[in-house]
Design a protein around this ligand. Sequence first.
Ligand SMILES: NC(=O)c1ccc[n+]([C@@H]2O[C@H](COP(=O)([O-])OP(=O)(O)OC[C@H]3O[C@@H](n4cnc5c(N)ncnc54)[C@H](O)[C@@H]3O)[C@@H](O)[C@H]2O)c1
Length: 372
Amino acid sequence: MGKKTEFLYLNEEEMIQAGVLDYARCIDVEEEIFGLLGKDDYRMGGEKYNSHGIAMKFPKESSNPGMPIDAPDRRFMAMVGYLGGRFHIAGEKWYGSNILNPERGLPRSILMVMLNDADTCEPVALMSGNLVSSVRTGCVPGVAVRHLATKSSAVCACIGAGPVSKACFEAIRVEAKALKEVVIYDLFKEKAQAWADEITAKYGLKAWAADSLEEAVRAADIISVAASSVKPVNISNDWLKKGSLIIFTGRCNIDEDYFSSAKIIWDNPKMHDVYYDDHMLLPENERFVNGIGVQIYRMVNEGKLPPLLDQTGLGDVMVGKRPGRESDDDRICFIAGGMVIWDIGWSYEVLQNAKKLGLGTTLKLWDSPNLN
Ligand SMILES: NC(=O)c1ccc[n+]([C@@H]2O[C@H](COP(=O)([O-])OP(=O)(O)OC[C@H]3O[C@@H](n4cnc5c(N)ncnc54)[C@H](O)[C@@H]3O)[C@@H](O)[C@H]2O)c1
């Protein structure tokens, strides 16, 4: 007789009851994960153990009936990892993305997280992943603000008024203790204004919609960029104040001369090094086109910046291996490409809460494995 295996299934409502929307707690958990990153106590997929994940895209055309056709943001993606420390758990985030989904009453991306026992490999939990992913994406800029922003940062600019930008703001608001004002720039001003009105009503902060990207960036101490790639976000060096922190959660370009005086801090340079390798496998005219950090990869390729593995990660700053902010005048660019270990850590934490609250449905894999 083999061993019975069961795991917990948590739907989105149960994830909410278990605290998935607790931004303040998630910032602490993500900070803990950066500490593990700084100690190399994690693994992700691929030959260098640092792959963001594997994307499945579709052809531009096909004679096969039913074959999905390529479109912006159309993909499936599998992201795998192991997180050490108190987590000691393996997991996967698996999602599909289709920009037509909102017309069907669905989110653009639909995500699931699976956690597995790192030793026996048995499933531990299968969980709705949309809120895990959006909250962790927001909370990483929260950790960046905690460690890299000046304490006096009073104005935050949010570039893009979509759900990811909103999640980033929720966490930045928690960490930017001197925050007084929020300026929002989106291609659709009415969308930016509607969100600004919500922020004022909810938090009593001054919030307004800017007429231009320049107006928003010039006003701010913290700039959070989370716009989709419809139109590139191009920022001039002289718009960015002394002491400013700019956070790339979505793609952004800054004049090259910015990087001769500003500091770049990555979520994980080793992961971006893998991305860089992937770009180098592409034909020359397709390299450094898509992706959050591609401008910097191109500058590395042209010898204008040091190799990615010689650059700084937030985990290195947290464990004291490398300096972060050294003066209130430093200008810092933090780049968050996104890592599954953030999803694994946050979903593990929510799972512990769910167990304490008796939430979820226990599913049986087997009473005794047939292939024992
Ligand atoms: N780094 C990470 O971990 C991570 C995780 C999830 C999503 N993302 C990225 O975040 C970005 C935003 O995601 P979303 O789901 O909120 O997208 P969305 O399409 O729902 O919303 C994006 C908003 O950006 C606006 N926009 C587009 N181009 C702009 C520009 N040049 N200037 C100002 N506004 C502009 C759009 O009008 C829209 O309101 C995407 O690029 C996505 O890939 C990053």
